[in-house]
Design a protein around this ligand. Structure first.
Ligand SMILES: [Zn+2]
Length: 359
């Protein structure tokens, strides 16, 4: 069976196939795209060890304990797609492809491919207690705990586990790099350079990353994103400030936090039990603030940001849900940037997109 680099999202797998060096112009049999590097499961074996290693953490249903919970059993094709985000092809094409890549494994243990499977440690509380970011809890119970029970000294989090994943997703920016921040004004003259920074100490309201009274500098990577982020209305005047970075910095990248490859050096079982928590962090920090929000809703992400700040990190990068093309950063020390220019815009039109709410 033939597949190509474009059949995959996973960067490690793409790199292995590219390394084989067989680029073709014609359409790939599996994904239908052109100009990919080709992998032929009949001729190549470079992917076998990676996939076999991943399959190793799974146990087929027949060998799971009798009382193993139903909701923690999955089908391989769903696991590879939902948990690990490896492929860039339709779900139905995943099964035959993996079966062909791991032909030998399939002959030895077809149960792994054809019956429900799971990872034993997903149900081992001793293991979770020390290897899962939220110990034996899920995100919902962490939210409840920090909102209504213990806020500043919660023992719900294994911060050493958070460190392992954060170390993997650092993103660097060089001195002189520019970012943007916008403010809405009623007057055409807008704001001056001196008025474009974040609120003074003690005056900041709660944000997804910063707690009440502690100012972080929130910036976007381009003008469109920052205008989307402040949700300007038609005929609002918007002042956009250009902010220049004063020295090289390194941020923790919440955009890729939940997309770390299973073929990285992080232990597969530990990665598996944390994948959902990492996705939650990545999504929650990017959620737009809503008018009806309780500030208590921001506590979980504020807690995580506060921890990262206490460890000496300089800020975080996160996706923009208001403008999927762009991204945002929250800088713990606003002094790292200076505002060098302002430009006033008049908003001519606001386009509202809606989507049905799925709970
Ligand atoms: Zn392909």
């Amino acid at each position: 069976m033939i597949c190509c680099t474009k059949c995959f999202k996973d960067p490690e797998i793409k790199a292995i196939i590219e390394g084989i060096g067989k680029k073709v112009e014609s359409e790939c049999d599996t994904c239908g795209k052109r100009n990919g590097y080709i992998y032929d499961t009949e001729e190549n074996d470079e992917l076998v060890d990676s996939f076999n290693g991943l399959l190793e953490i799974y146990t087929p249903e027949s060998q799971l304990p009798d009382d193993f919970p139903m909701e923690k059993k999955y089908l391989l094709k769903n696991e590879l797609d939902d948990r690990w985000n490896i492929f860039n092809i339709e779900k139905d094409k995943i099964y035959p492809l993996v079966k062909n890549i791991c032909a030998e494994k399939y002959n030895e243990t077809s149960d792994l491919f054809n019956t429900p499977i799971s990872i034993l440690v997903l149900n081992e509380s001793d293991y979770l207690e020390s290897n899962s970011l939220l110990k034996t809890n899920d995100w919902k119970s962490f939210v409840k705990e920090i909102k209504y029970h213990n806020r500043f000294n919660t023992n719900f989090i294994n911060t050493n586990v958070l460190d392992i994943f954060c170390d993997y997703v650092k993103v660097s920016y060089k001195k002189e790099q520019t970012f943007y921040r916008a403010r809405i004004s009623q007057q055409e003259e807008g704001f001056s350079i001196n008025e474009m920074g974040c609120p003074p100490i003690g005056k900041a309201s709660d944000g997804r990353a910063n707690p009440l009274g502690i100012s972080y500098l929130y910036l976007s990577n381009n003008i469109d994103t920052t205008i989307h982020e402040i949700r300007a209305g038609t005929h609002d005047y918007i002042t956009v400030g250009t902010f220049r970075l004063k020295r090289d910095i390194e941020l923790i990248d919440f955009i890729t936090l939940d997309k770390i490859s299973p073929f990285s050096e992080i232990g597969l079982e530990q990665h598996a039990v944390n994948k959902e928590h990492l996705r939650k962090i990545s999504d929650e920090i990017a959620k737009p603030l809503r008018r009806g929000d309780s500030v208590l809703d921001y506590l979980p992400t504020q807690y995580i940001s506060d921890y990262l700040k206490s460890k000496g990190h300089e800020g975080i990068r996160y996706k923009s849900t208001m403008n999927p093309e762009g991204f945002n950063i929250a800088i713990f020390n606003p002094e790292l940037f200076e505002c060098i220019d302002v430009q006033v815009y008049d908003i001519k039109e606001v386009i509202h997109r809606k989507e049905k709410v799925v709970e």
